[in-house]
Design a protein around this ligand. Structure first.
Ligand SMILES: [Zn+2]
Ligand SMILES: [Zn+2]
Length: 272
């Protein structure tokens, strides 16, 4: 078991590292020409080490828990307990959803998960859930590498849970071949220090300026733009906010007591 864990760690690193280097290059160049906010480049960001730790920890955590919950869900709900049964159940999806072409399933997955995540995100901005999500909002220098800063509880009752629900509903895991790289790139993109609004496409897909407004303080309108990918949810439910001729310029969680290093951040919600 320990060897398997180390192997999986290694495998994940091998996958994550080249992607990280590519994203670093792309956003260094783009932010040089189209920065949203002045200041030092991302590699001189406060809490850079914290974000690098999340960047490599989150994919491993997400993978372990996604597989764990898929196995658990198949056992509890569908009474499948053996390896062959699991492979047959998940390999190419199952039921009516799996009969659509793969690209249709990919779009279905993106739209359905984004809708559920919109409401989960709103839930995380209220009451007892905020202390977990506040970690994501604690970045004061918002950069592409801030994208992975999520508390594990936020990840579990967020992307991981939604992935598991949709795969259990029958969508083929093979869609991840496209959906995975898209969401990785897009989440880094919306956190990048870019002043891009993409013109009229700002209503179609979440942009850096759209999501940077979400990271501003409450009195700056931070309680808006909850959609991860499709701003249509914010337009439909009255939370869309992109002021004309203005750019967001201050970010953070409104709570000065959030530690800046990862250990303190992971413990923070349990102390409050
Ligand atoms: Zn938020
Ligand atoms: Zn964010």
């Amino acid at each position: 078991m320990p060897i398997e864990v180390i192997e999986m760690l290694g495998e994940t690193m091998v996958k994550v590292l080249p992607v990280t280097i590519a994203l670093a290059l792309v956003f260094t160049v783009l932010s040089h020409f189209w920065a949203c906010n002045d200041g030092p480049p991302w590699w001189r960001k406060r809490d850079l080490i914290t974000d690098i730790c999340y960047w490599f920890f989150v994919p491993v955590f997400a993978r372990v828990f996604r597989i764990g919950l898929l196995v658990l869900g198949a056992g509890v709900i569908f009474n499948i307990h053996d390896a062959d049964g699991l492979v047959a159940f998940y390999d190419n999806g199952h039921g009516p959803l799996s009969r659509f072409p793969l690209w249709v399933q990919a779009i279905l997955f993106l739209v359905a998960s984004d809708f559920i995540l919109y409401w989960l995100h709103r839930m995380f901005h209220g009451g007892g859930f905020w202390k977990y999500h506040a970690i994501h909002h604690s970045s004061e220098d918002l950069e592409w590498i801030s994208a992975a800063r999520f508390h594990p509880v936020n990840l579990l009752i967020g992307t991981i849970l939604v992935d598991v629900i949709l795969l259990m509903a029958g969508i083929s895991p093979n869609i991840m071949l496209w959906v995975g790289p898209f969401t990785t790139f897009h989440s880094a993109f919306v956190h990048a220090n870019l002043r891009w609004t993409l013109g009229r496409f700002k209503y179609v897909i979440a942009t850096p300026v759209f999501h940077r407004w979400h990271h501003t303080s409450l009195d700056e309108g931070g309680n808006s733009n909850f959609a991860g990918t499709f701003p249509v949810w914010d337009i439909l439910f009255g939370t869309f906010r992109m002021p004309e001729n203005r750019l967001p310029d201050a970010y953070g969680a409104d709570d000065q007591s959030i530690p800046t290093e990862i250990g303190g951040q992971l413990a923070y919600p349990f102390r409050h």
